[in-house]
Design a protein around this ligand. Structure first.
Ligand code: NAG
Ligand code: NAG
Ligand code: NAG
Length: 455
């Protein structure tokens, strides 16, 4: 590809990515639990991009796909990234404690090695002060990328795990640029902006908070599935493997499942808890997560996507600026814009863009017809998930390519090309570019209330 070499190298490094972990720990793990690809939003990035296990730093440009017959060079990358692996939140830590209490002293429950390990050898090391913090591995996940920090704009959500991620990302920048002085000093200056309006828009959108988040009926498919036949059968199966009692609370079932995920993503350990579930069990639990995310953060309710309008407009304003025609004497565009947020940040934006929208919505009653669904959170929003917009300067004008977790994804309605002309992308999203007004969508619809009546 032609174009100015430093920018190209930066973009290639960025695309291939920020996130590719130098995971010595993963490489030394001989057997990855068979249920590891089904942890939904608690899935490791490696499960989505397994080749990273082998070569974390390889730069694979084959994912950058401007048209072969046209001279193009990448000029800008806008990235929306989820934070890296984190510890469980307090809610889940308490469940793990309850589960651990429940099993303590229960001498029944099977004599297989893993069953004895759960009761005897396994130690509960989770404590409440871990609450949602980024783990060391999570920092490593974000600590990659390239060359010249000074002209990259960086914004983060205010949550500790996101701030740690964007800091680790900058350490990666310094390390890559060979600036030992910077990367070895403990108190170097990070220079990201914290911007919750942009990255935690979902908290500020009243129509969303009232219509979905605090609305019990909005998530009724999830509630139904929790008490449906698949989950009931799974509870009975699991109780039988673990304890004598036939009452096994649904939330503890999930806690047991996630102990396997946490011990893998935090400690690279193959936990005895993983043996409690076979692949079909894991798929049922994955579906529960997918249902929740679908109805809470995605296509289930249009307002979820619309709540991300500020982020949508921010990305397109940045792309507009980077793609503006320039004279050769003008400064080159900002090479990259990095935004670090949450799964709750990415899912609404992906939905607004029209991605992962299957013909039939997932519900409590159609689990068995949903195996080929595209909406799988394990694949879409694992830890360190990323949505990348790569802008190219091409002979026929700027082009835009979309990548989700480093895989090329085509724009809905523009499926003929990996990197359509930017003006065609804009035409496809014209209705959003001209509309998608956060205040109208999020305040205007609140029935019978003006925007200022709430204290
Ligand atoms: C790059 O990725 C493509 C598939 O995306 C793969 O076929 C190819 O072998 C990779 N190249 C290198 C050098 O890893
Ligand atoms: C980084 O960018 C600045 C401003 O564009 C430039 O002056 C400097 O030489 C660059 N440094 C490196 C190492 O490329
Ligand atoms: C709650 O959700 C249901 C189902 O989506 C919807 O019909 C209802 O209008 C919502 N209630 C509020 C207060 O938004």
């Amino acid at each position: 590809m032609s174009g100015s070499p430093p920018t190209n190298r930066l973009l290639l490094a960025a695309v291939c990515l920020l996130l590719s972990r130098c995971s010595c720990s993963s490489r030394s793990l001989p057997d990855i639990p068979h249920i590891a690809p089904f942890f939904g939003t608690k899935t490791r990035y490696e499960e989505v991009k397994p080749h990273l296990l082998l070569d974390a730093l390889s730069v694979n440009a084959s994912v950058l796909r401007p048209p072969a017959g046209e001279r193009c060079s990448p000029v800008h990358l806008s990235a929306v990234i989820r934070h890296g692996s984190r510890y469980p939140t307090v809610k889940n830590i308490r469940r793990i404690h309850r589960l651990s209490e429940m099993l303590r002293g229960d001498a029944s429950g099977g004599s297989a090695g893993w069953q004895r390990d759960i009761r005897g050898r396994w130690e509960n090391w989770f404590s409440e002060d871990m609450d949602g913090q980024l783990v060391t591995k999570g920092r490593e996940e974000l600590r990659q990328l390239a060359e010249n920090l000074t002209r990259i704009s960086l914004r983060s959500s205010s949550k500790h795990r996101c701030v740690s991620s964007v800091e680790a990302f900058q350490e990666g920048l310094w390390r890559r640029s060979g600036d030992r002085r910077l990367s070895s000093q403990p108190n170097v200056q990070y220079r990201h902006l914290v911007d919750d309006e942009l990255l935690r828009f979902f908290e500020n959108c009243r129509s969303y908070v009232e219509g979905v988040e605090r609305n019990r009926t909005a998530l009724q498919e999830v509630e139904k599935f929790k008490h449906g036949e698949e989950m009931e059968a799974l509870r009975r199966r699991t109780a039988k493997k673990l304890v004598c009692t036939s009452v096994f609370p649904a939330d503890l079932l999930e806690a047991a499942f996630f102990i396997c995920s946490y011990e893998l993503s935090i400690k690279s350990v193959h936990s005895p808890w993983c043996f409690l579930f076979d692949t079909d069990d894991a798929k049922v639990l994955e579906y529960k997560t997918d249902l929740k995310q679908y109805w809470k953060r995605s296509h289930g309710h249009v307002i979820s996507g619309l709540s991300s309008c500020p982020l949508f407009h921010h990305v397109f304003r940045t792309l507009d600026r980077a793609g503006r025609p320039r004279r050769s004497t003008d400064e080159p565009p900002e090479p990259a814009s990095i935004l670090v947020g949450h799964a709750e940040t990415l899912l609404p934006l992906l939905s607004l863009l029209g991605l992962y929208k299957d013909k039939t919505p997932p519900t409590a009653s159609n689990y068995h017809t949903q195996h080929a669904r595209s909406f799988r959170t394990s694949l879409i929003v694992p830890y360190a998930a990323n949505l990348l917009f790569v802008l190219y300067d091409c002979q026929r004008g700027p082009r835009l390519q979309l990548l989700v977790n480093e895989c090329p994804v085509r724009f809905p309605g523009l499926e003929a090309e990996d990197a359509p002309l930017y003006r065609d992308v804009r035409a496809t999203y014209r209705h959003l570019l001209d509309g998608c007004d956060f205040h109208r969508e999020c305040e205007g619809r609140a029935a019978g209330r003006g925007p200022n009546t709430e204290l």
